[in-house]
Every structure is written in C-alpha cells, then in structure tokens.
Design a protein around this ligand. Structure first.
Ligand SMILES: Nc1ncnc2c1ncn2[C@@H]1O[C@H](COP(=O)(O)OP(=O)(O)OP(=O)(O)O)[C@@H](O)[C@H]1O
Ligand SMILES: Nc1ncnc2c1ncn2[C@@H]1O[C@H](COP(=O)(O)OP(=O)(O)OP(=O)(O)O)[C@@H](O)[C@H]1O
Ligand SMILES: [Mg+2]
Ligand SMILES: [Mg+2]
Lengths: 260, 260
C-alpha cells in the first residue's frame, strides 16, 4: 500500500516542514518505508535533516523539469527507512525556473503513477512538504497526493487560511483530483492553559470535527532546538513532549489507513 | 515626504502582518499619516484591524486589475491617521485572478507614482504587507517600494529565507527598481534568555550588522491576543512589551528617515 500525503497550509509558519520531517521520522521508527519530497524552494527539509542539497545530483527541481525520476533522486537520510528528495533549488535563477516548470501541474503525479505501477512498491508513505502558498508547486503536490494533512497553528489568522485551502480543494476535486481526501488537521504550538490555545482547540473541534487528529502537537522548545541540530526531535530527545506527540500522530495515521 | 516600505520575508509566520498592522498604528500614534496596503490573499490585515473587506467597494484586487485607484480604495480605520486597503480577495476564483493580474508587476508602482505626482501628498508612510512567497504579488510590492523591512523570526529556517530574499533583491535592483533599499531587519518573537533567541540575536547582529534594527520585538501574548480583539496591540494594552517595542520601532524608522 502506497499512501501519498501532501502537507499543506497557505498560512506561513504553522509547522509544515516540522511536521514533514518529524512525522516522516516517526513513521520510519514505526517500521514503515518513507520518502519525503520537498517542493518548497526554501529547501528547509534538507536543512532539518542535515542534508546539503548541493551535494546531491538530483532534487525536486530535476523531477519537475523532467531530467530525473523519483527513484534516481531519492537519497537515504541518516534515519533508517527514511529517504529524502530535497527541492535542490539553490539560487534565485533556479527558483524562477522551478516555478515555471511547476506550471505543468501534473508533473509530480505522473512520476508517482510510474512508481505505483512497479511490482514492489519501495515506500509505504510519501510525504510532500509545500510552500506557504496556493501556487503551482503546491498544486503539483495536491494533484499527486491521496490526501492532505493540514498543520494548524493556534492563532487568529489560522482558521481563515484553512478555509481558503478547503475551498481550493473543492475546486481541485472537481477539476483534477477527484480522489483527494483530507487526511486530517493537526493542532500545533499548543500551550496548555493559555487563552489562545484553549480557544483554538475549542474552535478547531467545532469546525473540523472528526477531521481533527486526537494528537495535539505541543509548543516544545526541543522541536525548535532539534531543527538547529539538523535532526528530527525523536532522534535528539525521544522523551520530549514533541517527540512523543509525533510518534502518537504516526500511530494515529497508521491506524486510520491500515485498519481497512 | 512619502516613504513606501514593503514588509517582506518568504519565510512564513515571521510576523509580516503583525508588523504591518502594529508599525502602521505606531507611526499613526507618532502623528504620521499612514496607509497600509495588503497584497496577501489571506486578507489578514483587514482581520487584524476589524475591517470586513466584503463591506468595501474596492481593495488591492481592484487596484491591480485596474478598476480603481489608490485614493478610491483607501478607507479610514478605527485609528486616527491610519487608512487601509485590504486585499479584498474573497474566494478562490478571485484568488486565481489576483495572481494573474499581478503578472504585470508594475501595476502598483504606477499607481504610487500617480500619488507621488499630486501636490499635497496624503501620506507620510505607505506600508505594504506581502504573502510568504517571492511571487508576482510580492514583486508588485518590491517594485513600488522605496525600501524593504524584513521581520526575522528567531528559529533555524529563518536565515536562509532572508538570504533568498537578499539574492532576489540584487536581481530586482539590476532589472527593475535600482533605488530599492533595505529599511532594516527586525528580530521578532524574542524570548530573553532562551538558547534559540540568544543564538538568533547573536547571528543576526553578525550577519545583518547595521541593517538590524536596535528595537527587538519580544514574544508577547498581548500581540497574539490583540489580533483576536482585531486591534493593534497599542490600542489594547499600550504598556505591554509588544506595544512598547512597536512604538520604539516607529521612532527608529522616523529618526532614520527624517534626519536627512
Ligand atoms: N510545536 C512546535 N514547538 C516549537 N517550535 C516549533 C513547533 N513547530 C514548529 N516550530 C518552529 O517554528 C518555526 C516554524 O515552523 P516551520 O518552519 O516548520 O513552519 P512551516 O509551516 O513549514 O513554515 P513555512 O510556511 O515558512 O514553510 C520553525 O522555527 C520550527 O522549528
Ligand atoms: N512578537 C509576537 N509575539 C506573539 N505572537 C506573535 C508575535 N508576532 C506575531 N505573532 C503571532 O504569530 C502568528 C504569525 O504572525 P503573522 O501572521 O503576523 O506572520 P506572517 O509573517 O504575516 O505570516 P504569513 O507568512 O502567513 O503571512 C500570528 O498568530 C501572530 O498573532
Ligand atoms: Mg516550511
Ligand atoms: Mg501575513
């Protein structure tokens, strides 16, 4: 079974990259074969996993421009069962080009279809990190994905952005990817007992109902610090509240997807 | 004297909108005439100032599509001397259209040139909020601006994004806006005494030198809470550390710009 999940929210700084890295590592710890693809020119997935994109031959840039396929570009990380494809954008010249080749919004989904058609599927989960924007790069991810996972930050501007995303998903389902599901919404930066967080959790339960994951990701300095150490938080401090939350999120996703 | 400042950083969630709203309010408190224009389809500036874009006739959408000019679209806010032009995007249909009309990257700068040519300038400062992306909407702001103000979040992925932005600015200066200056970089979410913040301040001073504002914006729950109350933090609690920081930032900008 191959499940492709796009990690998306047009609101910036909600924890898309942090979730991509830490959920991928947690799924790998739970014995799943995992690939993380970075479609954000910021190339933060590589940074958070201690990988220098310039050292590699290929990245998402080459995949979208058609000069490499997924298996040629996938590289092992320092974590067992976790492969990575960084954006590998580099400079502003290539960033402009990356946005141009992404105008063909089915490039990534074509590559994933090839992967699905092989006999032995190399991965159980593919996670795709996206930029904070509803642009052609994010559309490439949404057309390639089976479902969307939406990190939600406790904060005032957060809910409108998710509404914008959900409206866009309705358009996409009608036009290009009828099977696109919502994997779920996960509340991040939760600070127990603060007004902003308690209000956000209450509102999120009301608005997203069963789409809201039971797991809530706490605001946890270990998560921010692990990014400096260029490793997933579970590899830095498995007992931290952040690491435990992402392991729980991985379990929740595995249970939802594999019980059928 | 009219000074146009674009508030930009391709990294998401660093406090662009928060800075646009609170700096604008602080400049107005310091007796300046101020206009805030929102080029982010998230329309968070309107939300943070308690304005419903749907109640207005025009927004940045109409300005970029050529059906209204700046003075027709500008509306007073509840704060004296502070006018607002929301993005006024509404739904995903208009969001797609907004990105299309923005392909003409000089639309906004043309409108601002018209404003500059009038005898009595209505504003001392125009602040432009931008989406977390180096896209055509952000380029409209960068081509219309005299300078760029960059909020910087203390965090691992923050510095690379500013490097990407600075590289893009070099290209822009050569191609389209030779006079584009850097107004400064302001450190946000500063938590005194934490490793992540102390490291960020040290690094920011080393990397940005005199571009780094002396004023540092603290992480302050009043700032997040004021957004829920749909007002600038100075209007909710002028003694809060957040309000005091934005007043100091306004003073610093006024001193830098008006001493010549
Ligand atoms: N639960 C958490 N606790 C503490 N810090 C966190 C948490 N989640 C994310 N962070 C930190 O917050 C910052 C923003 O997170 P991140 O960069 O993952 O968001 P993003 O949605 O990918 O941003 P962008 O929109 O720019 O792509 C990072 O510095 C990250 O280390
Ligand atoms: N100094 C601060 N202290 C506490 N909360 C803050 C501070 N600055 C910003 N915030 C909160 O952090 C969140 C992100 O800020 P904001 O939305 O202004 O960033 P942004 O850069 O405009 O995001 P985007 O990239 O999505 O446009 C908001 O919920 C805001 O209220
Ligand atoms: Mg990210
Ligand atoms: Mg914003």
């Amino acid at each position: 079974m191959l499940k492709v999940i796009a990690i998306t929210n047009p609101k910036g700084g909600v924890g898309k990259t942090t979730t991509a890295i830490n959920l991928a590592a947690s799924l790998a710890i739970a014995e799943k074969q995992v690939l993380v693809i970075d479609l954000d020119p910021a190339d933060a997935v590589a940074q958070g996993l201690g990988i220098r994109p310039a050292d590699l031959d290929f990245g998402a840039f080459e995949i979208l421009s058609g000069s490499a396929n997924l298996m040629e570009a996938a590289r092992p990380s320092s974590i067992a069962r976790l492969d990575v494809i960084p954006a590998r954008v580099g400079d502003s010249e290539r960033e402009v080009r990356f946005n141009e080749v992404a105008k063909n919004r089915v490039r990534l989904s074509r590559q994933i279809d090839v992967l699905r058609s092989t006999n032995r599927l190399p991965y159980d989960y593919i996670l795709i990190d996206t930029p904070p924007s509803l642009n052609d790069l994010t559309f490439n991810a949404l057309l390639a994905a089976d479902s969307v996972l939406v990190p939600l930050q406790a904060g005032q501007y957060a809910f409108n952005a998710v509404r914008r995303l959900m409206q866009m998903l309705v358009r996409l389902r009608k036009s290009a990817n009828p099977g696109l599901d919502v994997e779920g919404v996960v509340l991040n930066f939760y600070e127990k007992g603060t007004r902003v967080s308690d209000r956000a959790l209450f509102q999120a339960r009301k608005v997203f109902r069963s789409y809201l994951f039971d797991t809530v990701i706490p605001k946890n300095t270990a998560i921010g610090y692990a990014a400096f150490e260029a490793k997933p938080v579970a590899m830095m401090d498995i007992k931290s509240s952040g690491a435990q939350a992402y392991l729980a999120l991985a379990e929740e996703i595995i249970t939802r997807n594999e019980k059928h």
